[in-house]
Ligand binder design. Structure first.
Ligand code: SF4
Length: 427
């Protein structure tokens, strides 16, 4: 059943209706996040407690043959009835013992839940406690769910990071103010942001996650945090429950978003606007020049976002405001109104927003609109391409470095490339 619900805040887009759809959806599950999370947290291992399907998903999403020792695996749970649960727990304990004996470099182990019924019957938080007590202090054992029933594609990262918040060290009320950038970013992007914060004079900066789980930052009432990704609702809430304060901002995509995001921190940490402007000017100029090349290709072209990564709203704002693209529909699996308030306010008036999915109805709208570009999941891209529509895989946007000034041109290029390919094929 679909319903039109008004947004709450007062501006052009906030007053626009949002089409809410609750039908069949076509998205990857939260296990996918393991692919980028295991690269980021280099002392962590992800053990999916799942089925052969989960193992296949991980293997194909990783997209590589694994020659070295991998840092993720699937413990395959076979069908069993409730009476067999004791055996399943024993089996899991045995697999974890074997893994940790063979891989002494693992310092943190995530038990990742999935959706097969035989896994749902297992209490993984109890298993994590039991195994954590056994393997402490050498290994921390945490758990979260990447199940496709509970999570979409990027929510696996949210669940993983939220599971880390309770073990972050506590900072006292009189501790110096610190800043945490929340969201897994490629190292190169994280380093660029650290350099920018340092140039601005903000030095007490950490990331969640850090490159090692062992280096988790402290959190307390003087902690301020910036979300680097729009899909981290549970993590933000867990940080707020520990006293940290979220700095409200656009997300750091393009010149506009990155400037606004950095300015939220600069204002909070008392950086003078004149210094802020002087530090940022060369970065902004470089990014603006890079975008000018792409604007010529993208201006006036239409784009349709199917709901997938939850990056849709910030990316639509970037494409409309900085590259002149026309937004046909901006679909997102879940619209976090509080975290996206500034993004929604910055979208062009009258844009069609949809939340959730009823895939057949949405495909009908795509076919009727014939957009120049459709951003969607892998499963929908090939059929749409076969119908003559250009597509962009949403997953590529999560795997690629796209945040910040230095990546703005590359981000625009990701959208320009499929259009260019289609133009060449038409010639
Ligand atoms: S968690 Fe569920 S949706 Fe994801 S691969 Fe496993 S069975 Fe499929």
């Amino acid at each position: 059943m679909n319903a039109i619900a008004p947004l709450s805040a007062a501006n052009a887009v906030d007053c626009a209706p949002v089409l809410k759809e609750r039908g069949q959806r076509e998205v990857f599950c939260g296990l996918t996040g393991i692919i980028w999370l295991h690269r980021k947290m280099q002392d962590a291992f992800f053990l999916v407690v799942g089925s052969r399907t989960c193992a296949h998903l991980l293997q194909s999403a990783a997209g590589v043959m694994i020659f070295a020792e991998p840092r993720f695996a699937t413990a395959i749970m076979e069908e069993r009835d409730l009476a067999g649960l004791a055996d399943a727990n024993e089996e899991l304990d045995r697999i974890v013992d074997q893994l940790l004996a063979r891989r002494p470099e693992i310092k943190s182990l995530f038990l990742v839940g999935s959706c097969p019924s035989e896994v749902i019957k297992l209490d993984l938080s109890k298993a994590a406690q039991r195994l954590g007590a056994k393997h402490a202090p050498h290994v921390r054992i945490l758990n979260y769910s990447g199940s496709g029933i509970e999570t979409t594609f990027t929510e696996g990262e949210d669940a993983c990071l939220a599971s880390l918040v309770p073990i972050m060290p506590s900072l006292a009320a009189n501790a110096p103010k610190n800043l945490i950038v929340v969201g897994s970013l490629p190292d190169i992007v994280e380093d660029q942001f650290r350099r920018l914060f340092a140039e601005l004079g903000i030095t007490n900066v950490a990331s969640l996650p850090e490159r090692a789980v062992a280096d988790l930052p402290g959190v307390g009432p003087n902690t301020r945090f910036l979300l680097a990704q729009p899909f981290l609702g549970d993590t933000a809430q867990a940080l707020e429950e520990r006293g940290a304060v979220r700095l409200d901002a656009l997300f750091p995509f393009g010149v506009e978003g990155t400037t606004n995001w950095l300015h939220a921190a600069a204002a909070e940490f008392g950086v003078a606007d004149s210094h802020f402007d002087a530090v940022l000017r060369p970065y902004q100029d470089r990014a603006t020049t890079a975008l000018a090349h792409q604007r010529a290709r993208l201006e006036g072209r239409s784009i349709f976002f199917m709901p997938d990564s939850q990056l849709e709203v910030p990316l639509a704002r970037f494409l409309a405001n900085e590259l002149g693209m026309r937004l046909v529909e901006v679909g997102t699996p879940y619209l976090h109104r509080r975290h996206l308030a500034q993004e929604l306010a910055a979208l062009p008036a009258g844009v069609m927003l949809s939340e959730g999915q009823d895939v057949d109805k949405q495909l009908d709208r795509v076919r009727a609109a014939k957009p120049d570009l459709t951003v969607c999941g892998l499963g929908l891209a090939n059929p749409l391409e076969a119908e003559g529509l250009s597509t962009k895989w949403a997953i590529e946007l999560v795997f690629s470095p796209i945040h910040g000034f230095d990546q703005a041109g590359d981000l625009a290029e990701l959208f320009a490339r499929p259009l260019r390919r289609r133009d060449v094929l038409r010639v």
